[in-house]
Design a binder for this molecule. Sequence first.
Ligand SMILES: [Zn+2]
Length: 298
Amino acid sequence: MRTAPLLLIAALALAPLAACDDTSKPAAGETPKPPSPEPGPPQPDDSPADGGAEQLGSEPIPPSPDPAPQPAEPPPPTSATFDHAPAGVIPPGQGPGYLDRTVWSPNMCWPLAEAGFPNSQVYGPGGGMGPPGKPSQCDSLNYTLPWRDNFCEARSRTNPMCAGSGTGHQGQDIRPATCKKNQHWALAAEAGTITDIGSYSVTLVGQAAPHYTYRYLHLQMATLAVKEGDSVAKGQQLGKVSNDFGGTPTTIHLHFEIRAGVAGTTTDGKPVALHTFLPPYLSLVEAYQRKLNGQTCG
Ligand SMILES: [Zn+2]
């Protein structure tokens, strides 16, 4: 018969369990073991050989009525960010703005070597329609976050994207890192060719489809780092941000444009013909975000 040895082993195994019943009872002065509503199957650490006293030490501790503060969990890693007003928002009376949610150039570089402050050159301090009592373009308000979209700000220039008169600002104005001209480099938003240099403009056409046209206005034209016909790499220096305006100077800023390389449609269904001025704000936001997160340009 093979049954007898098996029964004997089973009996031996049960004997210590029964003996442990007593040792698992708390001794006088010990914390009573909270009842377990649904005891699970025996775990390896519950071996009777460990003894009841040690088991008590590994049991859950009842919540203290006055728990000590626990160190906060470290926050999850977050991406660097910066304060920027929503796209398409222009203060009342300063133009229609244009809210298009398309990031037209999702891979372009932030077009400055350093930080910048996209905002209005007309309605900011020192501008032609600026706040009274703030005559200086170097007012700290102009060099303070948040960024502000100024595409389709009220201007006399033709821009079919702007509601109403079909005129408005054709790009985004960006003040450089400091209120000093001829110091801060403007960079190629993408690899391409310098197709035109005007009296206060540099035009870059992207090499890759859809061949956007980027226009940089108000660089220091006498010291440009490029000439017409040059091929440029993404992130290459083009010139220094200044106030050149073909005569009477403007404020110190880069006017940055993106124009369509092919016909298309905006997020809200507006048709876009070739060379249409596109809202650059969201592309700039994303490009600057990449820069903040350490992604190099080029
Ligand atoms: Zn401008």
